[in-house]
Design a protein around this ligand. Structure first.
Ligand SMILES: [Fe+2]
Ligand SMILES: [Fe+2]
Length: 180
């Protein structure tokens, strides 16, 4: 059987440049707490969420695949890391007793994810700037969740994810062409 990609892949694997070395502290046996889950759903499927990042990077990857195949491939690999992040957040949501759907939960109301969250960009430079901005907004939102969720196991995971997002900002900054 061919090897499948998992978030626990050996750290010397091809995924290395796109994330930190440290393993992910994925929480297990979280106590049911829909309030914490609702807050965490922002990072799962809100405007500045992992799902938005995945969608935007898949589109940006395709947009430059002919003109810049190396950068295109890097963007896709970053998107794979975002999928690991989404996967781990989904596990937390399920344990907390929150619906695992593509929406932000707030009491009885669910704000479903929309493709309008994606920033397409008109050219390469604009796309990469949107990607950097998105990473920074994700980090800011993770910091907001960490300050308000009152759950050390989840806070640890989010801190670890922030480390990957910082790697992504560095990678995107290297892809940024200078203005002419
Ligand atoms: Fe992420
Ligand atoms: Fe990221």
């Amino acid at each position: 059987m061919s090897e499948i990609i998992t978030r626990d892949q050996p750290m010397d694997s091809d995924m290395m440049p796109y994330r930190l070395k440290d393993p992910y502290p994925v929480p297990v046996n979280l106590e049911r707490n829909p309030k914490q889950g609702n807050l965490l759903s922002l990072a799962y499927a809100g405007k500045n969420s992992e799902f938005t990042a995945i969608s935007q990077y898949v589109v940006h990857h395709e947009t430059c695949s002919d003109t810049d195949p190396d950068i295109s491939n890097q963007i896709l690999q970053i998107g794979v890391i975002e999928m690991f992040h989404l996967d781990m957040l989904g596990s937390c949501l399920k344990q907390l007793g929150t619906s695992v759907n593509l929406g932000v939960h707030n009491g009885n109301y669910t704000q479903f994810w929309t493709a309008q969250y994606i920033k397409y960009g008109r050219n390469h430079r604009e796309r990469i700037l949107y990607d950097i901005q998105g990473e920074k907004e994700c980090i800011a939102q993770y910091r907001y969740i960490i300050s308000n969720i009152h759950n050390p196991a989840i806070e640890n995971l989010l801190e670890r994810i922030i480390g990957d997002e910082e790697v992504h900002i560095q990678l995107f900054e290297k892809m940024l062409p200078q203005p002419r």
